[in-house]
Every structure is written in C-alpha cells, then in structure tokens.
Design a protein. Structure first.
Length: 210
C-alpha cells in the first residue's frame, strides 16, 4: 500500500508538479493538496496522511503556524518542510515545533523522493547547507550535564526519543503503556520547557542531558 501524502503549497504550478512527481513514485500517493493550512486539523482527520509536505510562505495560515496546529492534534505524522528559506530563524522554529525534515525547493526530484523515504524510515532529511547550520548550532558551548530534575524513567524515555524510538517502541522497550509514555513525555516537555519532540531532542543533545 502506498504511503499517504498531504501537500501544502500555495503556488498552483508547483503544487501540481509536486503532486505528479510524488504520484509517479511507487512508494507514495498524494491524497490531497491545498494552498494553505487554514483547515489543517480537518484535512488530517479526513485524509489520514502518514506524511505531510509543507511550504512555509503561504497566505492566510502559513506553514509554521500549520506545523504548530498539527502537533497539537497529531504527534505521529511525519512533516517535512519544503521551502526557499535558508535563514536560521525559519529552520530552528520548524525544528522546535516538530518538523521531521527541512528541504529546499531547489532539491532535485530524485533526491526529494529519496528524502521522503528517509523520513518514513525514521530519518531527519535536510538539505546539506541546512544540516551544516544545525550542526553549527549544536556545536556551540552548552551547559555541561545540565540538570532539569528529570526522574530516572523520564531520562530513559528522553534517551529513547533521542535514539529515534516511536511512542510505541518506547512502550515496548520499557514495558509500559502508550498512555504512560505520553504522560512521561508531557512531564519531560514541561521540565525542559519545550513544546515538541524535535525541540526536546535538540535540547537534550545540546545540553548533554542524556
């Protein structure tokens, strides 16, 4: 069965080209495409995507706001930003708010499909220049072994998040229910003062928490 993709891109020609490209792949099918995120919660509930490919600069409700709205109702769907923006603010705001990948629109068609497959296998695809910026940010001096008063169980959950485990995988690894995993993660977010998995992983890595 093909992987269901939801596409958000305001430029009609590009939206149609991306739809055609993705549908030609044996792995994916675009189930719907929109020019902004005005009804993103309803779109997800209706179309049940496994992957969302999203522009940032769109009218009415842009991709960054759409990303925040999605993560309030769905933490599992994979979201890849496809944009022209290479500035730090857009990159890190996307990552902080739960994006799984960040690609530039100048990416080649073959590399785009390869990146979408990568994210579906647990990766975090980024255009090389973007990856360098992220690595440069993470290389900045950090608080050594910063303490956020996480419990032993919360530390274990956070380490598994950093290692790329899904909620279901964490539950299986720790022999706890998905609801208990979610409870631990809510506590972790509160103690780290973050709002998404991506932001928690970035902070854990930068501050040597786990």
């Amino acid at each position: 069965m093909k992987i269901r993709v939801l596409l958000y891109e305001d430029k009609k020609n590009l939206r149609e080209s991306l739809t055609q490209l993705i549908n030609l792949s044996p792995h994916f099918v675009v189930v719907a495409a929109f020019n902004n995120c005005s009804h993103v919660e309803e779109d997800i509930a209706l179309h049940h995507p496994a992957l969302i490919l999203m522009d940032i600069d769109m009218p009415e409700v842009n991709g960054l706001e759409g990303l925040k709205r999605i993560r309030k109702v769905n933490e599992q769907v994979n979201i890849v930003m496809l944009t022209v923006f290479e500035d730090n603010d857009k990159i890190f705001e996307s990552i902080r708010n739960g994006a799984n990948g960040y690609l530039l629109k100048k990416i080649s068609p073959d590399k785009l499909i390869e990146s979408l497959l990568e994210v579906m296998h647990g990766g975090a695809p980024m255009t090389p220049g973007i990856a360098r910026q992220v690595l440069s940010f993470l290389a900045r001096p950090a608080k050594p072994n910063a303490s956020y008063h996480l419990s032993e169980r919360e530390n274990t959950v956070l380490k598994l998040l950093v290692d790329g485990f899904s909620y279901k995988m964490i539950g299986a690894e720790m022999f706890i229910s998905i609801d208990t995993v979610r409870s631990h993660i809510r506590n972790i977010y509160e103690k780290l003062q973050v709002h998404s998995r991506g932001e928690a992983v970035a902070k854990a890595t930068k501050d040597n928490i786990v």
